[in-house]
Design a protein around this ligand. Sequence first.
Ligand SMILES: Nc1ncnc2c1ncn2[C@@H]1O[C@H](COP(=O)(O)OP(=O)(O)O)[C@@H](O)[C@H]1O
Ligand SMILES: [Mg+2]
Length: 272
Amino acid sequence: MGNRGLIQMSDVHKAYRMGRTRIHALAGVDLELESGEMVAIMGPSGAGKSTMLNIVGCLDRPTSGEYWLENEAVARMGNDQLARIRGRKIGFVFQTFSLLPRTNALHNAMLPLLYTGTRGRRKLAEKALERVGMADRMDHKPNELSAGEQQRVAVARALVTEPAILLADEPTGNLDSKTGAEIMRLFWDLNQEGVTVVLVTHDDEIGECARRIVRMRDGRIVDDGPAPHIYPMADQVAEPDGGSEVAGETADSGSASPRSNASSTGEKSSCS
Ligand SMILES: Nc1ncnc2c1ncn2[C@@H]1O[C@H](COP(=O)(O)OP(=O)(O)O)[C@@H](O)[C@H]1O
Ligand SMILES: [Mg+2]
């Protein structure tokens, strides 16, 4: 089998039946994605973004078409097989954080490892929480954390299995713009460390914090290319209020990115 990159989708369709009508949520999507990319899927409400992300994340199957994830054909796998692939390869972050309310950050971050039966769970969860700047909040429950901190814990939970790809559906949708920018900065830093990130947003300012933007409309990809800005702009990076190593760390570097050759001259991103 040839090398198809991390993800290859070919002519993917997804139809939902609603009574007598058929809704074509995806109407022939082709997508290729390499390991190490940071992609924002953008478009208006109803464009098919979540449907797309759910198929990428093996939460759902195409009605027709092909999908290879790390050279495995997943389009027609059964539920058990899909669940296994998800557990091994996918980390999910949701708009609503979806943390267990009575459980502290450490145990929330550990949760996916219970399903995979991995050993050394506590150490791995601690490491994941350190990566997202939550080392000093591990024993806090969600209601003792700010919204941004809760989302960081959710990112740690998604990372704890070291997935091939980190997926996020509107990860800043429940955050104010400053906190949203800090979460985008976290995704950016994780991507710099090699984590592949695909996020869905309808917010231009958030999407422009990615490296590549895939625009959807009516179940189709209508545009696909590099983001207009290279994030983070050195003078635009938000300083966290305190405690968070990850978000503040590399704010000094003018050489923000190895690919910082794009049109970062006059125009300013609002990524902070
Ligand atoms: N489970 C479902 N059953 C029926 N229709 C659905 C379902 N999920 C999504 N749709 C429809 O598919 C289209 C795309 O939805 P979605 O992928 O959620 O769009 P987006 O995330 O871009 O807002 C919409 O018309 C939506 O109403
Ligand atoms: Mg959606």
